[in-house]
Design a binder for this molecule. Structure first.
Ligand code: ADP
Ligand code: MG
Ligand code: ZN
Length: 477
């Protein structure tokens, strides 16, 4: 009752200032309740992010200097594994706070609830700005992302979830911040001790389902819960934020051929043996013996590297480089999301549509995976692709897949037929955008894109090497 009264009081005062949706207000009230220490320091004013494993709030604090400062408060779901939470914090404390990597100010804990306090970086949703950036802004954006990647890779951190919602960009102040180490993993020689421990946990629990088991706190206590926790579908989607962008006018790429990954020839397991643990509450002996199938599969399908999509067990920092390549593809084409796939096979098909089916099959062979594709898809010229999607190149080339022709996107067809004043403005902005360096894009950027989207992780460019790429020749710091 008392709680309800406070809620009403707060609700009124807050609502008079700025309209906060009722459910957000209740979430804020709940956060104050479960981690009461917060209320002595922060005035929480909004919810700014919600994902599978956390909710992020905006909080204001009065500093010793008398100044009010804004912070991002990340409340991790209480079922996250303690080592997982500690590893995320350690990434922020050890590698963060410099080189465009988010740092941490403080951490609150009460029982199972952990709230990570970080400096607040105001940012605009990528989807709202991607088509209006100048070429120079794009060059700077990708440079700063690669700089952050070089920094974390130096520490042996594989981020595993590189995408625009995890790279905050303040266009006005030219600030950049890589966030969200919630899915990070360590390289074998990582300097982040807890990432090592996390790897140890993965091995001892013999997780056939990948690392997500670690998000279930019961996984170390009760082996039955561990399996059940994974078989049950998560209640929330993998990334609610990027999910919202599906409603965007830009249509995602369609799948153009059917694809399958052939099961690798069994070595430890006889081919006649079939798994019997699916939907049961235990891991069968066959699965336990299938060590090479244990491959982490974190991230968002559209940003996953081919070796992740095909569940290659050796995954390194190169997977982040691929994701950076997908971001660059979005920046150059003005399309976001570029690959919108609901599952890994669709994502793989979309990759083949751009990079070629034969090329993808060949690369997969090198990391020990066999892909079967129902038809041959030729690789596309990256410049032609991006310029066509951006609408600065008309497509006379009839070998060019129709779904990539700008005029085939319903949004644009409507725009041409009935133009409102607003659309007129949008159109003129898009015309001036073409003067924003888009008519003279250097070959260097497509060379870098090609090297990031290298299908073979062995030869894919490293973050350290990208910073010496001719595209960034004049950027020194
Ligand atoms: P999740 O694991 O739930 O994806 P993130 O750490 O990615 O959590 O945070 C979710 C969202 O919250 C981000 O996409 C961003 O919009 C916002 N956010 C996170 N950290 C900050 C920060 N330090 N400053 C501003 N916004 C942030
Ligand atoms: Mg995130
Ligand atoms: Zn099994």
């Amino acid at each position: 009752m008392e709680g309800a009264q406070t809620l009403d009081k707060r609700g009124k005062t807050e609502q008079n200032k700025r309209k906060i949706p009722r459910d957000v207000e209740m979430d804020i009230e709940y956060l104050y309740e479960i981690v009461p220490q917060l209320s002595t320091v922060f005035r929480i004013t909004d919810k700014i992010g919600e994902g599978t494993f956390s909710s992020v709030y905006l909080g204001e604090a009065q500093m010793a200097s008398g100044k009010r400062e804004r912070f991002a408060l990340k409340h991790l779901i209480p079922t996250s594994h303690p080592v997982r939470i500690a590893a995320e914090l350690q990434c922020l404390t050890v590698a963060g706070g410099k080189e465009n990597v988010m740092g941490v100010t403080y951490c609150f804990r009460k029982d199972h609830h952990v709230v990570i306090v970080m400096p607040y970086v105001e940012h605009q949703p990528f989807v709202e700005i991607v088509a209006s950036l100048s070429f120079e802004e794009v060059r700077q954006y990708i440079y700063h992302l690669l700089k952050a990647l070089k920094h974390i890779h130096k520490f042996g951190i594989i981020h595993r979830d590189i995408k625009p919602t995890n790279f905050l960009y303040n266009r006005r102040e030219k600030k950049y911040a890589l966030v969200d180490f919630g899915l990070a993993q360590g390289t074998p020689d990582t300097q982040i001790e807890l990432l090592k421990e996390l790897m140890g946990l993965c091995k001892t629990s013999r997780s056939v389902f990948g690392e997500r088991n670690l998000n279930n706190i019961n996984s170390t206590k009760n082996p039955v819960d561990k399996v059940e926790g994974h078989l049950l579908k998560p209640t929330k989607t993998e990334d609610v934020v990027s999910r919202r962008f599906v409603a965007n006018k830009r249509r995602p790429l369609p799948a153009r051929a059917s694809v399958s990954i052939q099961k690798p020839k069994p070595t430890a397991v006889k081919p006649s043996l079939t798994c019997s643990c699916y939907l049961s509450d235990r891991i069968c002996n066959i699965c336990l013996s299938r060590k090479q199938q244990v491959a982490p599969r974190a991230g968002t399908p559209g940003f996953r590297a081919p070796e992740v999509l095909t569940k290659c067990p050796d995954q390194g920092t190169a997977i982040d480089m691929w994701s950076a390549g997908v971001i660059l593809l979005s920046l150059l084409s003005g399309r976001y999301p570029f690959f919108k796939a609901s599952d890994d096979l669709m994502a793989l098909t979309q990759i083949m549509t751009i990079r070629g089916s034969r090329e993808t099959i060949q690369a997969a062979k090198k990391f020990g995976k066999a892909i079967v594709c129902s038809r041959e898809l030729p690789p596309l010229d990256l410049r032609v692709l991006c310029e066509t999607l951006r609408g600065i190149r008309s497509c006379g080339d009839h070998s060019f897949p129709t779904e990539f022709k700008a005029s085939h996107h319903p949004a644009e067809i409507t725009q041409d037929q009935t133009r409102t004043a607003e659309e007129e403005i949008a159109q003129s902005t898009s015309e001036s955008r073409q003067e924003n360096g888009w008519n003279n894009v250097p070959d260097h950027v497509y060379d870098l894109l090609d090297k990031l989207l290298d299908l073979n992780p062995e030869t894919r460019i490293t973050a350290a090497a990208t910073l010496h790429h001719p595209l960034f020749q004049d950027i020194a710091d």
